[in-house]
Design a protein. Structure first.
Length: 466
């Protein structure tokens, strides 16, 4: 029984996690070479391709009495000019001005009564450049699908390909009534267990496969439970946050991280975590904190999106808890500690357990899910989120202008004042640092320490091959 327009339990959890202080949208700042296109030109380009992502014309409809997860419905009042906005930087139009603007834009919650996305065209950037700021609610996209859907706007060459517009003008489907939403939700809840039973009956013909999958899921849930009972240590990154954000970035080269991996071991993601751990340790010591034997904990989202799901909206992610040994000063030893730990996390099946729990939560009423999300916001299961999303390794273009760099933003959960998102693009590996405005007033200091941490890892790698 398919209910394709209903939010999955994972998508709905991001709505439940959202608070006045904790906005659950993912975002990015994309910088382009060349003169900014006219606003009307950008609008025309989006209109020509919007039919490729129909979800971007849809808003949420909520089931009466919260007896089911929300569904996506066509917005009869959809106006593209509301979602695509136009602004300019004050002089001198440098990176600091762009970072301040991005922080303000990313601080504003999306209106749940409208489609959950925005795009800002930013003029006035120095050196004949412009920027696009993008925002989409986490209930709509995860980091990976967000990058893939962005490809609808991107071209692989400066020559703009011909776009085939839809044959008919878009017309919104009639909105469901509250009674229809309620009946559909109750029907789904009554039907889903029966569908599950039918699926189980079919799989009983392969009992060994079923037993293996069940064992993997139970082991994964156990690993998650064991990780969850171990609270993350206290840190200045875990305080009550407000609604306002600071945003900055650090540019790096993917080749450097691959060179470190090849020389010192581990994966590129392990090298990323090692650089973040060093930067956090430097920052803490700079502020007088003792980091001896201190190990912070990062929540690291892991994509479980199958190849056949490429380009689909919605969330297909799980999570693992990764250690950040901020007290280990030696780059090679720190990387080994992280590499050994992450390899063990893969073996522990935490991500499998997270998937299994997410599937089970589909049977829980939204009211229970909201209460559970509220409790999670008051726990300290992790100190910060570190998410690394692979992007395309070739130049991309919008309206003939080349994308120079892109810097991602990850939302902050309650009591988590810092998040770090990383994306690779065309040989770059760029870090986007998001922080609560008041809790980390010196976010640029942390960014500078991250640059130093990357340089230290590269130097350690070079010393082993020279």
């Amino acid at each position: 029984m398919a209910f394709p327009d209903r939010l999955s339990s994972l998508d709905a959890s991001f709505l439940a996690l959202e608070r006045d202080r904790a906005h659950m949208h993912v975002a990015a700042c994309a910088v382009f070479e060349g003169k900014a296109p006219a606003y009307e030109e950008l609008i025309e380009a989006i209109v020509a391709r919007l039919h490729l992502v129909p979800r971007y014309r849809q808003r949420l409809a909520f089931v009466p009495l919260a007896l089911g997860r929300p569904v996506w419905v066509d917005d009869p009042h959809f106006q593209l000019s509301y979602h695509v906005r136009h602004t300019a930087l004050p002089r001198p139009g440098g990176e600091q001005e762009l970072k301040r603007l991005a922080g303000r834009v990313f601080s504003q919650a999306l209106d749940r009564a409208r489609p959950l996305w925005e795009l800002w065209l930013v003029e006035g950037l120095a050196a004949d450049r412009f920027a696009l700021l993008t925002k989409a609610h986490h209930a709509l996209v995860d980091g990976v699908s967000g990058l893939e859907i962005a490809s609808v706007m991107f071209d692989g060459s400066p020559e703009q390909p011909a776009v085939v517009a839809p044959e008919h003008e878009w017309v919104a489907r009639p909105l469901p009534t509250g009674a229809q939403l309620l009946v559909d939700a109750l029907l789904e809840r009554a039907t889903a267990p029966a569908e599950l039973a039918r699926g189980l009956h079919g799989t009983l013909r392969r009992p060994l496969d079923v037993a293996q999958r069940l064992g993997e899921s139970l082991a994964g849930i156990g690993a998650m439970a064991w990780a969850g009972v171990q609270a993350a240590p206290p840190s200045p990154f875990n305080v009550r946050i407000g609604p306002h954000r600071r945003f900055t970035w650090v540019r790096a080269e993917l080749a450097e991280f691959k060179a470190v991996k090849n020389a010192l071991g581990g994966t590129v993601n392990d090298v990323v975590l090692a650089a973040v751990a060093d930067a956090l340790g430097r920052y803490l010591r700079l502020h007088g904190h003792d980091t001896d034997e201190l190990e912070l904990r990062a929540m690291v989202p892991v994509s479980v999106r199958a190849e056949v799901e490429r380009g689909a909206l919605g969330n297909r992610i799980a999570a693992i808890w990764a250690p950040l040994p901020v007290g280990i000063a030696d780059p090679a030893r720190r990387l080994r500690r992280i590499s050994e730990a992450t390899e063990g996390l893969k073996d522990s099946g935490q991500a499998v357990g997270a998937q299994a729990l997410t599937r089970l939560s589909g049977f829980a009423p939204p009211t229970i899910m909201a209460q559970a999300a509220g409790l999670q916001g008051h726990q300290r299961l992790f100190n910060l989120v570190v998410t690394n999303v692979p992007g395309p390794q070739l130049p991309l273009y919008v309206l003939g202008r080349q994308l120079e760099s892109v810097y991602p933003m990850v939302p902050l959960a309650e009591n988590t004042a810092l998040g770090i998102a990383i994306v690779s693009y065309n040989g770059q590996l760029n870090f986007g640092l998001t922080a609560d405005y008041d809790a980390l007033a010196d976010l640029e200091t942390l960014a500078e320490e991250l640059r130093g941490a990357i340089a230290a890892l590269v130097a350690a790698a070079m010393s082993t091959v020279s």
